[in-house]
Design a protein around this ligand. Structure first.
Ligand SMILES: CC(C)(COP(=O)(O)OP(=O)(O)OC[C@H]1O[C@@H](n2cnc3c(N)ncnc32)[C@H](O)[C@@H]1OP(=O)(O)O)[C@@H](O)C(=O)NCCC(=O)NCCS
Length: 168
């Protein structure tokens, strides 16, 4: 899939799994067409090697990688550091599936909460996180390099989670 192609996904054929080194090119390509200030490939390489971080990819059988998440689990706190879905496959549940998987993974890592920062103007992401149960807790002024504020969103996690998304 290219950044501009629209692709109809079959929900049952989307698998979320840990990223391998061979997936990094696809991840960097999705990052580049999703953000005005994309992370460089070196950031993904560094986080891929960190024992506290996990990069997951959503892969559609036959269509390839359509999204990714980057999360960190440390000292009882989970952080969703990055999330993006290929433009042509958005609004088909891929982002929600990744978020739900990160929630389950945070519980497995004994995290009591999962938090994230999102651009104040990013209505799509804020709607997705709200739908996934996150609550806005704080606004951090001038958080981003261009001066935009960040909204901090937090999800309190249960000790155990009954979901289908525990084993990526
Ligand atoms: C934010 C993003 C990851 C959402 O991914 P997605 O696969 O399109 O999301 P989903 O299809 O799982 O959407 C789940 C719900 O989120 C909300 N949502 C998602 N996109 C939305 C949009 N453009 N406008 C309003 N609500 C939206 C809806 O409630 C949606 O449920 P619905 O489709 O049943 O109405 C995607 O738009 C993206 O990659 N954006 C660019 C990168 C980015 O901003 N990442 C977040 C950084 S914090």
């Amino acid at each position: 899939m290219t950044a501009v192609e629209t692709c109809r996904l079959v929900p049952e054929q989307i698998l979320v799994r840990p990223a391998g080194n061979a997936d990094l090119l696809s991840i960097v390509a999705i990052e580049a067409c999703s953000f005005e200030d994309p992370w460089p490939a070196t950031d993904f390489n560094r986080l891929q090697r960190s024992p506290f971080c996990e990069i997951l990819v959503a892969e559609s059988t036959g269509d390839g990688i359509c999204g990714f998440s980057v999360s960190r689990y440390y000292a009882g706190v989970g952080e969703l550091l990055n999330l993006a879905v290929l433009p042509g496959t958005r609004r088909q549940g891929c982002g929600k599936l990744l978020v739900e998987t990160v929630k389950s993974r945070s519980v497995i890592h004994s995290c009591e909460q999962l938090s994230l920062e999102v651009r104040h103007s990013n209505r799509a992401a804020i709607a997705l996180y709200a739908k996934s149960g996150f609550k806005a807790t704080e606004v951090i002024k001038e958080y981003y390099a261009d001066g935009e504020a960040a909204l901090v969103m937090v999800l309190k996690l249960p000790e155990k989670m009954e979901t289908d998304h525990e084993s990526p």
